[in-house]
Design a protein around this ligand. Sequence first.
Ligand SMILES: NC(=O)c1ccc[n+]([C@@H]2O[C@H](COP(=O)([O-])OP(=O)(O)OC[C@H]3O[C@@H](n4cnc5c(N)ncnc54)[C@H](O)[C@@H]3O)[C@@H](O)[C@H]2O)c1
Length: 158
Amino acid sequence: MKRFIVTGGYGFIGSNLTRLLLRKKYKVLNIDNMSYSAQKYNLRNIDKKNYLFKKTDINNKKEILKIFKSFKPDGIFNLAADTHVDRSIDDSFNFIRNNILGVYNLLEALKIYKNKIDSITKKSNSKKLNTELKSIKNRLNESINLNEKALKYFDDKN
Ligand SMILES: NC(=O)c1ccc[n+]([C@@H]2O[C@H](COP(=O)([O-])OP(=O)(O)OC[C@H]3O[C@@H](n4cnc5c(N)ncnc54)[C@H](O)[C@@H]3O)[C@@H](O)[C@H]2O)c1
């Protein structure tokens, strides 16, 4: 069974994505810091069998890395963000912290996690384990590439 992390899973997009992934019989770990826009109601009545929740901030690198290592995701969807343009005009600090530094932090944790997998692969003699790790690594590389493309797009636009 594939395992996905959804950040901001109590938000509008994150909760709908979580529902979709659960419907497709994937395992989902929702990471949300329960800020002003988190709505527990968004995930009411979901089947909790394949669902986990961690109240964590995506800027908490140590905790994020711990979660990556224990959950071993196949992929990560980042929907954690400060939202609503009017709020960003009133006070942009949290937007920069969560939407820029938070993404950077997730990518950094992802790279450390991937390097850890690399070093286990090098030490391991198990063919089966190595094949599984290689496939996780490929999917993580895809995630990193996509996120880096998104950051570049943001950079080019500004
Ligand atoms: N809603 C839309 O129509 C729409 C359309 C296009 C793109 N998007 C993008 O999708 C993303 C999510 O949008 P949304 O409408 O679901 O937002 P939302 O405000 O409904 O939800 C954001 C969620 O992220 C969580 N969060 C915020 N900062 C966090 C942090 N540092 N660590 C962990 N969790 C954190 C919040 O608690 C909340 O649950 C945003 O990047 C938004 O720009 C949204």
